[in-house]
Every structure is written in C-alpha cells, then in structure tokens.
Design a protein around this ligand. Structure first.
Ligand code: AMP
Length: 207
C-alpha cells in the first residue's frame, strides 16, 4: 500500500504518518526530514539546500526526486510507503508515478488533511515558540504557505482525476483525524505490485 499524505505545512502530516507507520508497518518517506538530516550533517547537499529551506522555498524537483528514488531502491521489501511532504509539484507527482510503475506498483491513495490557512498560521506560531525551527518563523512560513497554494495545491486535480483523492477534516484532535485516516485507508483499493497475492489468487489464480 502506497499512500501520499497531502496538506499544507503544519497540517499534521508528520504526526499522522507516524501513527500509520506504527499501525501498518509502512515506511514513512519524508523529504523534509531527509533534507533536514542532510542540512544538519553539513553534507554538500545539506549546504546546497540550507538557504532555500530557511527561506521557505522549495528545493529543486531533481534533488527531492533523487532522494525518493534512493529510498525506493534501498527498501525493495518494504510493504509500502507513506509519502509525507512529497510530491509537492506536478513534476514530482509524475516522477513518482513513473518510478512506482517501473517497480510494478502505484500510489494507491492520497489523503488530504484539510486545514484552513488562518488555523495553520496560529498552529505555526506555537510550533515556532516550542521548537524554534528556522523555517517556522512568520516570514518563511508565509512563503511556505504561498508555495503550497501555488505549486502544491494544483496536485489536487491531478490526483482527483485518477480517482485517488480522499479528504479528511484536519482540524479535529490527533485521535479523531487518525480515526478518519484509518477509515479512508481501510476503504482504499490497493495496487497489486509489491504485495503478496490473495489466498484465492495464489491457490486458484482468482483475484
Ligand atoms: P517539510 O518539513 O515537509 O515542510 O519540508 C521542509 C522544507 O524542505 C520545505 O519548506 C522545502 O524547503 C523542503 N522540501 C521538503 N520536501 C520538499 C519537496 N517535496 N519539494 C521541494 N522542497 C521540499
């Protein structure tokens, strides 16, 4: 099962991804976490992206696609993936589709956490106070939110056209949002690739 968790920054994607990971054993692939790790390790990649991230801008498609490809290559036996913060542009979504398809699998569903901009702004002020993440400062965060609305939100019709988009209310408590996400995932049609065939298919060739 491959899931994309979709929503603006600070919508709670990371929190929900961790819950799903714990419940279903899927692997969480967060490009934000990967880039932050590169940044704090002081690697060449980290130094290259540090300024862009602090400003609140998007790192190039080429860089994030390569990070995801690397993880897919390194985890051929994973039961599935939760993509958190990726894809963020139509080019990234197309690359992901291509990449999964070449591995005999696909995005099974996209779960959108719906949270309004003014609620997000309130949440982020608190997170900035609590965690002090540089790109949570009000100026950078505004750029991140603008980038989401301009570059990432256009992915919604892309996935809706594929019949893969589900929406949940992201304003509720963590537990309530998680229950809604679980319901959506339980109702999802799962792609064939990367999974064991069902009992009937294995025994009788039936699907
Ligand atoms: P996040 O923690 O997902 O909000 O990501 C933090 C920052 O990392 C973003 O503001 C971007 O600068 C960068 N980033 C993370 N994922 C992507 C992506 N898929 N495409 C471009 N930039 C990304």
């Amino acid at each position: 099962m491959n899931i994309v968790l979709f929503g603006p920054p600070a919508a709670g994607k990371g929190t929900q991804a961790k819950i799903i990971t714990a419940e279903r054993g899927l692997l969480q692939l967060s490009t934000g976490d990967m880039l932050r790790a590169a940044k704090s390790s002081g690697s060449e990649l980290g130094n290259k992206v540090a300024g862009i991230m602090d400003r609140g801008d998007l790192v190039s498609d080429e860089i994030v696609i390569a990070l995801i490809e690397e993880q897919l290559d390194n985890n051929p036996d994973a039961p599935g993936f939760i993509f958190d913060g990726f894809p963020r542009t139509v080019a990234q979504a197309e690359a992901l589709d291509k990449s999964l398809s070449s591995r005999g699998t696909a995005v099974d569903g996209v779960v959108r956490l719906c949270v309004e901009d003014d609620v997000i702004m309130g949440r982020i002020e608190q997170r900035f106070k609590d965690e002090g993440r540089k790109d949570d400062n009000p100026e950078s965060f505004k750029i991140r939110l603008d980038n989401y609305n301009k570059q990432t939100a256009p992915l919604l019709p892309y996935y809706a056209a594929q019949g893969k988009l589900s929406e949940v209310d992201g304003l509720a408590s963590i537990e309530t949002v998680s229950a809604s996400v679980t319901k959506v995932l339980n109702e999802m049609n799962v792609s064939g690739g990367g999974k064991k065939p069902s009992f009937w298919k294995r025994i009788f060739g039936l699907s």
